[in-house]
Design a protein around this ligand. Sequence first.
Ligand code: ZN
Length: 428
Amino acid sequence: MMKENQAFQCRFCGETLKYTFVDLGMHPLCESFVGLDRLNRMEPFYPLHTFVCHNCFLVQLEEYVDPRSIFTEYAYFSSYSEEWLTHAKNYVTMIIDKLGLDENSRVVEVASNDGYLLQYFVERGIPVYGVEPAVNVAEAAIKKGIPTVIEFLGLETVNKLVAEKGRADLLIGNNVLAQVPGLNDFVESMRVLLKPSGVITMEFPHLARLMEFNQFDTIYHEHFSYFSFTTVEKIFGAHGLVLFDVEELPTHGGSLRIYARHVEDASKPVTSRVVNLKDREKAEGLTELSSYFSFAEQVKETKRALLAFLISLKRRKKSIVGYGAPGKGNTLLNYCGIRSDFLDYVVDRNPYKQGKFLPGTHVPIFDPGKIEETKPDYVLILPWNIKTEVMKQLSYIDNWGGRFIVPIPKASIYDEKGEEINNYFDPK
Ligand SMILES: [Zn+2]
């Protein structure tokens, strides 16, 4: 349960980290897809051992890998998920209205990826720029006409950004906070980049839901930190930023969207949603160290149940393939030891991944058309956060009696209409 680790200190408060949250063993980098030419070579594996800070309750992974080696070429293009695009579009409509943004405003997005979100502000004539360190995705954004600075945001780069491009009325950072090793440096840079009356909105997976729904597969080397609202409020507070509102979103299995402002900006009072969420986190035990100790056993049981299920299918000579090659899929497959002994192949819509092999497990990746060709009995949905979208796209597997398996929060079978089938231990 506990492990001494003298070298590793909390990336927010600096306390020495003593307590394991969960140790998932050794893993390759989850976005390092393997080409045919590298299939017979060694592959680097790094620990996926998360700790919880006894002082601020930040759950975190040591920085085993230099983020520059992870994020300078990145396989994740946000625009490949329709559900995520809809989410982005709805946000833009809402926030333009809420903040009264117009052609005199400036919107800045950190980790703007391929411009999946900023494009909707551009459509409405609102000036934008993105900050994105991954050269290949940033170039895709620039091609679409989204001004993008190819940089990591930090104290080294922020003053240059302010001087050349200006401060933000709205500063957005979605699914980036977890990916920042220098957390204090990053949040301080956000403060510098924000106009005195500006608003920051950020979305990130909620630690409370990760724990409640066994989402251990969202732990990977790209995600250095895992946040409760209570902890994020402390971090922003330490940098002169007040969280004045919060929304709970269904994205990524349960995310938070926080709204921050400068502490001096009294025009935006703290809402009751902030107070309520903090009360609920306290009631759920997130402000007590002991609550974090039961998660590791929950993870092991999730692995045992999924394997028992897949083994029973293979003993009945059923064929199983995977849908999607997301980061979380690689954590799940590597942790559970699921390779081509269970999965014939996986498919992914991202052409960048097709023709390559999953890191660690070396399961081959094909175009989604492969499913119709080979007619598998079961399709394991690895990006379970978009399972509804996937089941809709693949509803044709019913033509040959195919069914879906969703691995998280516990292995379950779904029919082609997306209805859960309850005879879990007696699959057809
Ligand atoms: Zn701490």
